[in-house]
Design a protein. Sequence first.
Lengths: 197, 343, 163
Amino acid sequence: MGASKGQVGWGGDVSPELLEACRRGDREAFRALYEAYKDRVYSIAFYFFDADADAAGEVTQQVFLKLMREIVRFRGDAAFSTWLYRIVVNACVDRSRGRRRDAGAEDPVVLDRIPTRASHEESFAQKELAASVQQAIATLPAKLRAAILLRYFDDLSYSDMARALNCSIGTVASRLSRGHRLLAKTLAPIRNVHQAR
Amino acid sequence: MFTRHVDRSLSRYHDGDLPTAQRQRVEAHLTSCGRCRAALEEIEFSAKLVRQLTAVSAPPSVWNGIDAASAGSHRDVGRRFPLRWAAACAVVLVIVSSAYWWTRDSRVGPWEVAQTRDGISRRMTSGEWVDTVDGSEARIIVGALGTVAVAPGTRVRLGEITQSEYRLALAQGTISAEIVAPPRLFIVDTPASTVVDLGCAYTVTVGEDGAGQLRMTSGWAALEFKGRESLVPAGAICRTRPGAGPGTPFFEDAPAALKQAVDDFDEGTRREQALAVIIREARARDTLTLWHLLSRVDKSDRARVYDRIAAFEPPPAGVSRSQLLTLDADALRKWREELAWKW
Amino acid sequence: MSRIRYLAGAAAAVAVVAASASAGTMFRIEIGSPVALGVNKFFKKNDKKVVLAVRAVVCQDLANVRITGTAEGLVAGKRQSLPIMLAAVEPAEAIYAIHHQWPAEGAWVLHLKGACGNPRAEASTLVAVSKGTFIREKSEVLREPATKKQIEDAVAALARSQS
């Protein structure tokens, strides 16, 4: 974890042959690229927009259309995934600017269903917990939300995140710290229940 | 004296991303600063919770949209449309349009069921039963997640559908599922276990006595019952027994003697002899079976099972024999991930 | 004439040294169940569509191992070859995941190849796949690059076993 992916010319997790095929306009190659990344992109958008499947679908579509258009210009001088995630983050943050929720307000998340069921229904309790976390994430300011989701949906190193977010490593660290601390405060009511496990 | 807090570095510290000298400075500061220690605990708590989130699969409609929107731009690139793609495209369009038809209708009602008895596709609601005891077959469309084929002689109850799960309850008979949902979204309850879908395709069978079998054809699934869990990867089978829950999984291509011995062991028949046979007959791949047995054999037998597994694959660095013999959960998980390279 | 013979001999010697250096190492591309990527780890590592886990082993410089692959298939008697993508799981450890990227029809063998910088070595693994899983007993882990004949034989054998 945290390994540097900065090898020039090596797209990290995409073979040069596949990228070249995509640049040539090979549709099957692009489909392979889509299949490999679609769920990650969709999930980031899904949780960014508080489980809004329509928004997630639209953002995902937008990202891959942009990719398709601009892949001819990708020269492999940065990791492919870094470039992809920059497109994803920009798409999410841009779309969120029109939404009232992202005025920077931190809506209080009402956690009226603390998972306290008996342990043999732990999978159900876990789902409730996940729903609470999902809601809490959606209340974060957009830039902090993007940093958190990027970190946990692809294990990106801090340096890769800095490239994807177009900021310094220090800024990435600061956003993650602030994001986590806001989440911790929002989810404080379930902290005791969770730590008992 | 002015103390410089380290809260800006705590996230990197938590993620192990700090250079050594900086990490040591943070650690030294934490020993004497309650404020930063509290901040670190918040980060640890939050990170642990965020890891609970599971991936969500992009539905087929997303690719449809890209395909449709990019048809013009592909020509703009000025490339010749590869002939190879033209043939595949027709296939994809057929599949996509079929899926679209199903998903379009399934948005109106929760479950869509087609049965060969009358050939009519109809919507059914949670709580209703799909019954093929009369020799017919049925197909259940699980929203946009996939399909479940219901074999003749089966009774399956349509369960609840929520944002976070789809449930079926198989009382008897056989169903075959091909699911494209995120992990843990599609669940099948049987009298003896709950099948939590972590993978793509499998067959579940339940007999009249409530005993059953899960056969994985791709991906993997977890069978759970009262805290007992069996992880079943593609190519493996796991039997279930009422009251006992999931049995010990084994690969379909395992030696016949080993498969019989697993059944004997799980049924409590001559367990000592059964264990001896499993240990003797096991190949590297059968460490799947042996790994599950670690937590199911008597404590006095655990070392024998450990030694057999270790002969195929020693525990990874940082995992000790004593941790495994005391069934340390983290140690077991790490060893399982290493052993899975042989499964 | 003697100079040409000398050069030919030297070239042959270099070829032998190169071949033996590769064959003498244990560098190889291993395959495993997706469970190897961690069932309960976050997202990427429990992606449902992963068909197999792939990793390079016995190399001092794992972070720079490049593993690439093609899907070699026989569909209705017609030979096909498709590039496949390996998704990085832990690139520093040369661990990757392969999602289902080939058609459901026909017989398909994945040809994975990788190169290690230290010791210098190349290796291939031929993986027979069927729908959403791989067939271990029909797969071969080689400690040198696969030859065209090996690839063709693997595809033909799989197609025969499925007919």
